[in-house]
Design a protein around this ligand. Structure first.
Ligand code: BDR
Ligand code: CA
Length: 354
């Protein structure tokens, strides 16, 4: 689809989002900013919102292999890389491959808030994962909608206790915040893969896919007042595979290592060719590495706003790296990461799976 037709706005949900922007703009953007610090070693109560997606599947396996640090309450799915039925199936496949039947999977939003839906089958294949066989997993979805699950769970949670890892378009949380702005009380931190500044975009010259796929949702999330850590393309394009790194995963000798290596072998081809890189990024898995070992990363507290106007800047994260706008910081923007440290940690954790 030509980029120009991708930012068309459907009229149907305009009122809903107008209301959402109004309610969330009442929140204080920096209410928790001082607490936007990385994990301190304690077990995190975690929900993972995701649109699998090859790199999402690797992130999910990585997280589900780390129960000592991450107490995963649920996976919630959203339309993104492929339509919702396929992202939900792929999340259930990851759960099956990790042998974690205890984790429920809730399906959420089937489309973005306002804009025309877009997918990334050119990168992830029409099934959302390439390099491995996909099939219907044995365990079904949990009953109920992901947005209702988020509202219910966050309302019942102790103050600032739940971390939300977000690996796709941010539609589910935006809908939850719109319907129940009080849920911010239960959130400790949002750690999300999205945005681009120094690197430039991967879907337009300025926009990164997850934000471009639903910039109106990102706008609501950025104004929520919850501490936010973003892992943008600026860092994910510095943490690249190599034949040796993939071989180490394959040589673990378990099924999960082979699955991750097979997925990576297929997934990185596009980006290596398109960007002329020596290896490919594993975007969403950096979120899990950050949660497990934040010392692998470096960033800066900055003000980030998203451009949701039609035009060439649509979906761009406007990141005030030098503080020129003098607006309050609302994001811990990660710009540097230890690539070898990332792959060592990923390999160590994947070796714990069947
Ligand atoms: C992001 O877009 C998706 O295609 C990936 O899964 C990742 O979440 C990278 O821009
Ligand atoms: Ca994703």
């Amino acid at each position: 689809m030509p980029v120009s037709s991708r930012w068309k706005v459907d009229l149907f949900p305009v009122l809903l989002v107008g209301l959402a922007l109004l309610t969330t703009s009442l929140a204080t953007p920096t209410a928790h900013a001082a607490e936007a610090t990385p994990a301190n070693g304690a077990v995190r109560t975690l929900i993972i919102d995701t649109d699998p997606g090859a790199d999402d599947v690797i992130a999910l396996l990585f997280a589900m292999a780390s129960p000592q640090e991450l107490k995963i309450q649920a996976l919630t799915t959203v339309a993104g890389n492929v339509p919702l039925a396929k992202t939900s199936r792929n999340a259930r496949l990851a759960r099956e491959w990790a042998k974690r039947p205890d984790i429920p999977v809730y399906a959420g939003a089937p489309r973005p808030l306002l804009r025309t839906p877009i997918y990334a089958a050119d990168i992830h294949g029409s099934e959302g994962i390439t390099g491995v066989k996909v099939y219907e997993p044995s365990q079904p979805l949990a009953e109920g909608n992901a947005v209702d699950y988020l509202i219910r769970t966050l309302r019942a949670a102790p103050d600032r206790s739940v971390t939300l890892a977000m690996l796709g378009p941010e539609t589910n949380l935006a809908l939850a915040l719109t319907q129940a702005p009080d849920i911010t009380r239960g959130l400790r931190e949002l750690v999300l893969m999205g945005g681009a500044h120094f690197n430039g975009g991967n879907i337009t010259p300025t926009a990164e896919f997850n934000v471009f796929a639903d910039p109106h949702a990102d706008e609501i999330v950025l104004k929520s007042g919850v501490p936010i850590t973003m892992l943008p393309l600026d860092v994910t394009h510095k943490i690249l595979t190599s034949p040796e790194r993939i071989a180490k995963l394959r040589n673990i000798g378990n099924q999960a290592g082979k699955t991750v290596a097979d997925i990576l072998d297929a997934y990185v081809q596009h980006d290596m060719q398109y960007y002329g890189l020596t290896g490919g990024p594993v975007h969403d898995a950096t979120v899990i590495a950050y949660l497990l070992q934040p010392s692998l990363f470096r960033g800066r507290q900055v003000n980030v706003e998203v451009d949701s106007r039609e035009g060439v800047g649509f979906g761009q994260t406007v990141t005030d790296w030098y503080g020129g706008l003098k607006r309050p910081a609302n994001v811990n923007w990660i710009s540097e990461g230890d690539a070898q440290g990332f792959f060592d940690l990923l390999t160590q954790r994947i070796s714990r799976l069947p």
